[in-house]
Design a protein around this ligand. Sequence first.
Ligand code: ATP
Length: 488
Amino acid sequence: MAKSDQSQEVNVLKDIIAHAKEYGFVYPSSEIYDGLQAVYDYGPYGVELKNNLKKLWWESMTRLHDNIVGLDAAIFMHPTTWKASGHVDSFNDPMVDNKDSKKRYRADVLIEEKAAQYELAGEVEKSQSLLAAMGKLMEAENFDSLRELMINEGITCPLSGTANWTEIRQFNLMFSTQVGSVADESSTIYLRPETAQGIFVNFLNVQKTARMKVPFGIAQIGKAFRNEIVARQFIFRMREFEQMEMQFFVRPGTELEWYKEWAEKRVRWHLALGIPAEKIRRHDHDKLAHYANAALDIEYNFPFGNKEVEGIHSRTDFDLKSHQAYSKKKQQYFDPEINQNYIPYVIETSIGADRLFLMTLCNAYTDEIAEGKQRTYLKFHPAIAPVKAAILPLTKKDGLPEKAAQIVEELKYDFNIIYEDAASIGKRYTRQDLIGTPFCIAVDHQTLEDDTVTIRHRDTTEQERLPISDLHQRLNQACSFKRIFEKL
Ligand code: ATP
């Protein structure tokens, strides 16, 4: 990317962050105290958008698959869970400080950025061999050589411009706290760093009580917490965030077929949501986590580069086997079709609700010049737009507000509707464009005569006249999840 393109992209991100705050989508947490780094709150339109995205994911998992059921496990779990999962011993990131700027970085991220620069410059082999060298050193936990690699590659701090690096240290990302009134070692528990383990420890509960047969899946949405070393890029990397994870339990030996199927399915899901194919990239992992035998990321081309939105992992039987060993409780399934007991293998699809939100917002943010005028609007798919329609009486008199209120009453049980009667109609249209409302319905004097209204379409700004009696069906057609599901 050329330097001027890069700064343009940075500005786009700045505009999106400012827009998100100004129009009630995302605020910095506890802002009156100057905020808390890497923690954010969702405002009135943000929470609607996020809820719609979560609902869309939930329904496409649980309703569109008769072999996937839901779960809502607690954030706190028995501390041994995290020993068994490997998080106590190896949920670490390599941390490094620049002695001049006093800024802290993740060594692996700095090296990955360098590799991305090589790739952009067409030096693909150089990029790959750098990543391979890093992978080997990280696996061997050889941090002295990792530091040397950084220095040999000329990696400098973007702030100070120097390579005056401290040693690299491992940093565990889990937050811990004490449970009960006595604070000692045995009362330490963790805020879960991923939702998946709540699914694994409930595998047999769900299988038995919902009478599931392998292959089957368990879906869950919930908060996760990570004490990220570097927390920048807005809601992309937060310390408190939400995950939407689905663990799919399969017969050993079939996992790579299922992995392929889920990878394709999940890419289709993003495309159905309206994300253009050229903005989505599939990144297959060379370096695998300790529990995986195949893994890939679905990346989106954010204003700050191609970054992971969702991970698909073939987790083998690592987690269930480990829980069996630590808990001494059998985690086996009897497969009546082949008359055998086994520990199922697992394919995981894991997406952050907040990253999905940011991708949706970046994709929707449109700043264009139309007929010589600048116009900013959020081009959300109507099915996920925070507000579906605004009902706008042309004036505040002559019975128009009352007529508009009747329309609100008819629609509000099925759709999120806004009523607004202040300011000129043009200003009210603009305001709805800025929060991404797909339809504005104007009530005028003709409405009183023939029960028709004008409906204005956000993306084209075109208007048409429609009987009030058609509104419900029109909104339903445009805003139903079915329109997205049909493309899956
Ligand atoms: P990254 O490499 O970006 O740190 P990860 O590989 O650690 O991500 P996973 O552990 O696979 O991420 O988590 C699954 C999903 O959870 C990610 O694809 C992302 O959408 C989301 N996620 C992970 N960490 C964060 C975070 N700190 N803030 C927001 N979302 C996150």
